[in-house]
Design a protein. Structure first.
Length: 127
């Protein structure tokens, strides 16, 4: 630099500039990292819930198929059947409306202690 020339800078007094700038950058970085961590935790919960739902639906389909095999020619007016599968238990409660239709309540309990119930209004036995 030439003697007598002042250095050209954006700020004339830089003594108080660095701390607020560093704090601002640290705050933004911390906010981004925290948001990513929270989003990841939420995705884990959503994934576990979706897998549990798929397991429940699979148990319902397996119970329905086994129920149809066992009760195809059965003329009981009402009853309950319990089925045990490797991933959980299915309880089916049924009431007969006529020769071809039933009202069925599926109650599912998985090995992870998840409980799920659904009702099918009418199920045609002759499918």
């Amino acid at each position: 630099m030439v003697k007598g020339m002042k250095s050209q800078s954006l700020f004339t007094n830089e003594l108080g500039f660095h701390l607020p700038f560093v704090l601002f950058i640290a705050l933004i970085t911390l906010s981004v990292v925290s948001t990513i961590i929270i989003k990841y935790e939420n995705e884990l919960v959503i994934t576990d819930t979706l897998l549990e739902q798929i397991e429940n639906e699979t148990l319902i389909q397996m119970g329905r198929a086994k129920f149809k095999d066992e009760h195809m020619n059965n003329n009981d007016e009402a009853g309950e059947s319990n089925y045990t599968f490797p991933s959980g238990n299915v309880r089916i409660t049924y009431n007969r409306f006529n020769d071809a239709t039933l009202s069925i309540l599926f109650s599912v309990e998985t090995n992870k202690d998840s409980h799920f119930a659904t009702q099918t209004s009418l199920l045609s036995i002759v499918e």
